[in-house]
Write a protein that binds this ligand. Structure first.
Ligand SMILES: *Cc1c(COP(=O)(O)O)cnc(C)c1O
Length: 501
C-alpha cells in the first residue's frame, strides 16, 4: 500500500482519523470539518486508462484513493450498486453533452431525484453502513434531515431500504414546492418517514439541530439500540463521490477527442453551499488538468463577492430566487477552501469562523488570495438573465436547461467575454429542467396553466425534451405520509419512529 489516507479538522485539531471514521463522525469535536491530510495524485496515464472504463469503475477508483481503509473491490461493489439502472434509468450516469465547439454540459441529473445530490447520496449510504461496521458500531443508525427541498428526497432515495438504517425527513410545511412535497411524501421503503413542520426551513433546521445536541435524548436512543446521524453536505462522504464526476467528465472529453491528454479545461459550477465546486478543486489538486473553476452565484452573490474581493460578508439582504438551491448566505464548505488556501492553518480558519458567527463577516489576508486567484474565477447572474439564458440556449441549441444551470451558463459567457479565456469549458448542470417547470415555462414565454406535476406535460409539449422517468411517473404517485408537527413536537416524532414510547 502506497500510503494511508488520514483526515484532519479544518480548525486545527490534529488527531488523525481514517476515511471511515470521518464519514461516521461527520463533524470534528472542535466544530471543524474533516479534510484529507494530503491529496492522492492522479496521473495522465491513469486518466487515459479510466477513460476506457464505465462511470461506476471510474468512481470506484477515485473514491478508493481517498478511502483507502476500504478495499477497491468493496468500493467497486458500492459503486456498482449506486450507479446502476435502477437508480439511473437512463443508463447514462453523468454524460457530457457538446453544445458548441468549446462548450460542454455535464448532466448530473440522471439519478432518482433528478438533481446532482443523487450522485453522492446514491453511494454514501453504502459507505456509511460499511464504515459503521468497520468502526465496530452495532446500533441502528437513524438519519435525520431538515430539508428545503432537494436534499430530503435525494437522502430518502439513497437510504431507502438500506439495512441497518432508518431515515426521517422534516420539511417546512409551506416552504417546498408541490412537486417536491409529493416527491417526498410518496417515498417508498420500509425504513423511511417524512413529516412536515409548522414553520419555515430555519425552524425545521433549528429543531433538528436541537435534537442532535440533546444528550438525554441520545442516551434514550442508545437504550433503544439506535443513534442519530446526518446526511448533510459537510460530511466527507458527500464530497468524495463528487470528485469522481469531474474526473469522469475529463475522461469523456478525452475519449471523444475534445481535448488532448493534459490539455486544461474550465468548469463553471452553480454554487450554493460550495460542496460541488469544492470537489472540483480537490480534483484539480489531484492533478486533473484544470485551468479555472468558475464559481457562479445567483442574486445571492456572497460567494462570488468573496472570491473577487477576499471579503465574506453575510450582512446583506436574502433574496428568494428561481434557483432556490443556491439561495444561501452561509456556505459551510467554504471552510475547507480556507483551510487549503491558508496553507492548512487551523487557527486562522477558526478565527475566520468565529468572526463569521459574531460579526457575520471576515476578510482574508493577501497571502491567502494567491491560491484563490490561481484556480478560481467568479460571477453572478440576475433573475432576468437566468430566464433569458434558458430561452436563448433553447432557441439557439435546442437544448433545455434548468434555472441553476442557466446561472452557470450565463456566468461562463460573461467570464469569456471579460477575460478572453476561451479554454474548452464544461458547464455543470445540477438539475433537470423538469424540476423547475414554472420558471422554465415562463422563460420560454408559455402561459402557465395548472400547477405541480401538470406543468411537466406543458413543458414537454413545448420543447419535446425527454422527461426523466422518475418525474414522468410522479403524477400517478399517492402520498404515504401526512403527519405534521410543531417544532416542539419533532423530538417525540423521532422517538415514535425509532420505536420508543
Ligand atoms: C444543492 C444544489 C446546488 C448547490 O450545490 P452546492 O454543492 O451546495 O454548492 C446547485 N443546484 C442544485 C440544483 C442543487 O440541488
Amino acid at each position: 500500500m502506497a500510503f494511508r489516507m488520514r483526515y484532519l479538522s479544518t480548525r486545527g485539531k490534529t488527531t488523525k482519523i481514517t476515511g471511515a471514521e470521518a464519514i461516521v463522525r461527520g463533524l470534528s469535536d472542535d466544530g471543524g470539518l474533516f479534510v484529507p491530510e494530503s491529496f492522492p495524485l492522479l496521473g495522465m496515464d491513469k486518466i487515459s486508462e479510466l477513460s476506457e472504463k464505465t462511470y461506476a469503475q471510474r468512481a470506484a477508483y477515485v473514491t478508493s484513493l481517498f478511502l483507502d481503509d476500504f478495499t477497491v473491490s468493496q468500493l467497486e461493489d458500492f459503486s456498482a450498486k449506486a450507479y446502476c439502472e435502477s437508480g439511473f434509468p437512463n443508463i447514462e450516469i453523468a454524460p457530457v453533452r457538446k453544445i458548441d465547439k468549446r462548450t460542454h454540459i455535464l448532466e448530473l441529473w440522471h439519478g432518482p431525484t433528478c438533481a446532482f445530490k443523487d450522485m453522492a447520496l446514491q453511494i454514501m449510504p453504502h459507505m456509511l453502513t460499511a464504515s459503521l461496521r468497520k468502526t465496530g458500531e452495532k446500533r441502528e443508525v437513524c438519519i435525520l434531515v431538515a430539508t428545503s427541498g432537494d436534499t430530503g428526497k435525494a437522502a430518502l432515495e439513497g437510504y431507502c431500504d438500506v439495512p441497518g438504517t432508518k431515515i426521517m425527513v422534516f420539511y417546512p410545511r409551506d416552504g417546498v414546492s408541490k412537486v417536491q412535497e409529493l416527491q417526498m411524501t410518496s417515498q417508498r421503503g420500509d425504513n423511511v418517514n417524512v413529516v412536515s413542520v409548522e414553520g419555515n426551513f430555519d425552524d425545521a433546521q433549528t429543531g433538528v439541530k436541537e435534537i442532535f445536541s440533546d444528550g438525554d435524548f441520545r442516551t434514550e436512543l442508545d437504550s433503544l439500540g439506535s443513534f442519530l446521524s446526518s446526511a448533510n453536505s459537510i460530511n466527507w462522504g458527500r464530497l468524495v463521490p463528487q470528485v469522481a464526476y469531474y474526473v469522469s467528465a475529463y475522461c469523456d472529453l478525452l475519449k471523444h477527442g475534445e481535448v488532448n491528454p493534459g490539455e486544461k479545461v474550465n468548469f463553471c459550477v452553480p454554487t450554493g453551499n460550495f460542496g460541488n465546486i469544492l470537489s472540483a478543486y480537490y480534483a484539480e489538486k489531484m492533478g486533473l488538468p484544470v485551468n479555472k473553476l468558475i464559481c457562479a452565484s445567483n442574486r445571492n452573490d456572497v460567494l462570488t463577492q468573496f472570491i473577487s474581493t477576499g471579503v465574506y460578508d453575510r450582512n446583506r439582504p436574502f433574496y428568494t430566487t428561481v434557483s432556490p438551491s443556491m439561495d444561501i448566505l452561509i456556505s459551510s464548505n467554504l471552510e475547507r477552501l480556507l483551510f487549503e488556501s491558508s496553507g492548512k492553518d487551523g487557527s486562522a480558519v477558526k478565527a475566520f469562523m468565529s468572526a463569521l458567527s459574531s460579526e457575520g463577516r471576515y476578510s482574508i489576508p493577501d497571502s491567502m488570495s494567491g491560491e484563490l486567484s490561481r484556480v478560481f474565477a467568479s460571477g453572478h447572474c440576475s433573475e432576468e438573465d437566468t430566464k433569458k439564458t434558458i430561452g436563448h440556449t433553447f432557441d439557439k441549441y435546442n437544448y433545455l436547461i434548468d434555472t441553476h444551470t442557466a446561472v452557470a451558463y450565463k456566468v461562463l459567457d460573461d467570464y469569456r467575454a471579460k477575460s478572453g479565456d476561451d479554454t474548452t469549458a464544461v458547464v455543470v448542470s445540477t438539475a433537470s429542467p423538469y424540476k423547475f417547470c414554472e420558471a422554465v415555462l415562463e422563460a420560454l414565454d408559455v402561459q402557465i396553466e395548472g400547477h405541480g406535476a401538470m406543468l411537466i406535460d406543458s413543458l414537454f409539449d413545448k420543447t419535446g425534451f425527454a422527461v426523466p422517468a422518475p418525474l414522468s411517473k410522479l403524477k400517478d404517485q399517492v402520498p404515504r405520509f401526512y403527519e405534521s408537527v410543531a417544532v416542539s413536537g419533532m423530538k417525540a416524532a423521532v422517538r415514535r419512529f425509532v420505536g420508543g414510547k
